[in-house]
Design a protein around this ligand. Structure first.
Ligand code: SAM
Length: 469
């Protein structure tokens, strides 16, 4: 009997039928894996029922793989997961996708790719073959490689001749900038996770200086401080652009589908706390031409932010409606009683001890009418959720949407990105993503009450709303 295997296979074939029917009815199609990435090809995901069908198929396919593959082979494959990131880094840093694209035609011989990349073709070919086996690049003829949907995302979209500049990511979607950081210092930091968790000096620490990243660089210097070293200028610039990837992935102004930013008037003020270059509030400023916005961040980031807005929305800067302000969120907040304190991708960079300080500083500056809006991933248990008191918060029900058995309740591989992000926070900052219950307790401890969750259609960035107690 292989009842479970048949059950998983049926979930996959039923999902495929749902996707096919939706595409046929809407005149769209599932993009070809062998063709370069085109954002318009993602249209099919918005048809009714398709996103659940896609998640079901992804979750079931991975469970089927784990069920059918010999267990020793599965665990060996998992143990060498780093080969994916190291191989991807070689292809990325050597600009292989751009070299292939600029050559035109149906693919390029590895000797020609390697000559342009100035690396040994005998070594490069094995890396490209490993990646092609995992659906990144195509080997169209022996030793000839072409771009496919995944490998084309390694191309920054600028000519090869411009890819040596420090600001090569400026003006891009940010995906490649983020890849650059993940494949470099993040990957290296993560490989020191065990050493850091095992060492009595760092094992139970909540300090950012005790992260696996610090073990890797060999000094207790938190990531944000390291980024400010003059020799890390390209890394700092890339991270600023990389943060914008969340916005390009949340196409269609998804940030505006949660909290009602459009109802704010010229009497309202949003303070984007730790706002970086102001990527998160840019769509808000575009959609609402009245609301005033202050973007606060470390002094080192402010000038990048101003330059970013000079390109994207100069009128907002010129009118003074949007301003940048150097600020430290561990010091008392200088802006009192704004309409909204907006905190995106900040709390997940800090351990509970520091999140308590950030939230308390904001609470001390809040008026009774101030709303606190937090955007971070919300973690789910892998098992079914017994839904404690957080289950009564408006919006939570539609966010916690368990997968049907025999799939993992948290949708397994279909939702795995948030778990990777959680461990990324551990590696770089000794910090974490949180469950709603965890966040609710931290809010309460700092004088805030959780009142609503605005689920995000893409599940990447729900908005959590709180008010002063
Ligand atoms: C992950 S980024 C998020 C940026 C922005 N909120 C967004 O969503 O695009 C974290 C930001 O926190 C800023 N930051 C780190 N420590 C800070 C501090 N003590 N005070 C203010 N900002 C800080 C960093 O400079 C960085 O821009």
């Amino acid at each position: 009997m292989a009842a479970r295997v048949l059950q998983l296979a049926k979930l996959i074939s039923d999902s495929a039928a749902t996707i096919d029917k939706a595409c046929t009815e809407n005149g769209t199609s599932v993009p070809d894996l062998d063709a370069p990435f085109d954002p318009r090809g993602e249209m099919f995901r918005s048809h009714a029922g398709v996103s659940v069908a896609v998640n079901t198929a992804i979750s079931a396919a991975n469970q089927l793989l784990a069920t059918l593959r010999p267990a020793p082979s599965s665990i060996l494959q998992t143990s060498s997961g780093f080969v994916h990131s190291t191989s991807l880094r070689v292809a990325f840093e050597a600009n292989v996708s751009t070299i292939i694209k600029e050559a035109g035609g149906d693919g390029l011989h590895v000797d020609e790719i390697a000559a342009k990349a100035k690396i040994d073709p005998k070594k490069l070919v094995r890396i490209l073959r490993f990646l092609a086996t995992h659906h990144v690049f195509l080997e169209t003829q022996p030793d000839v490689f072409a771009n496919n949907r995944l490998s084309s995302l390694l191309d920054i979209g600028k000519p090869l001749s411009e890819l040596h500049s420090v600001n090569k990511f400026e003006g891009t979607s940010g995906l490649q900038a983020l890849l650059a950081r993940i494949l470099d210092e993040s990957a290296k930091a993560r490989s020191y996770t065990w050493e850091t968790l095992h060492d009595p000096k760092s094992a139970f620490s909540e300090e950012p200086g005790d992260s696996p990243f610090c073990t890797f660089i060999g000094k207790r210097e938190p990531y944000w401080d390291w980024l400010e070293e003059p020799e890390q200028a390209p890394q700092l610039a890339a991270l600023g652009v990389g943060m914008g990837v969340m916005d390009s992935m949340l196409a269609g102004g998804a940030i505006l589908k949660g909290f009602d930013f459009k109802s704010l008037t010229e009497n309202d003020l949003i303070v984007d706390v730790g706002g970086g270059v102001g990527n998160a509030v840019l769509p808000i400023a575009q959609a609402n031409p009245s609301v005033r916005i202050i973007v606060q961040d470390r002094a080192a980031v402010i000038e990048d932010g101003i330059q970013h807005w000079k390109q994207k929305l100069p009128a907002a800067l010129d009118s003074g409606r949007v301003t940048f302000q150097p600020s430290d969120f561990f010091a008392p907040q200088s802006v009192k009683g704004p309409s909204v304190f907006f905190v995106r991708h900040i709390l997940h960079n800090w351990s509970d001890k520091y999140v308590g300080q950030i939230l308390s500083n904001l609470r001390a500056a809040a008026s009774p009418h101030t709303k606190l809006l937090i955007m971070d991933s919300i973690m789910h248990y892998v098992c079914r959720d017994p839904a404690g008191e957080e289950g009564t918060v408006p919006g939570w029900e539609s966010m916690r949407n368990d997968a049907p058995p025999p799939l993992l309740p948290n949708w397994g591989m279909a939702g795995a990105q948030t778990y990777a992000s959680d461990l990324q926070m551990m590696a770089m900052h000794n910090a974490q993503e949180r469950t709603l219950l965890h966040l609710s307790k931290l809010l309460k401890g700092a004088g805030w009450r959780l009142i609503r969750v605005h689920p995000d259609p893409s599940h990447l960035n729900p908005q959590v709303e709180a008010v002063p107690i």
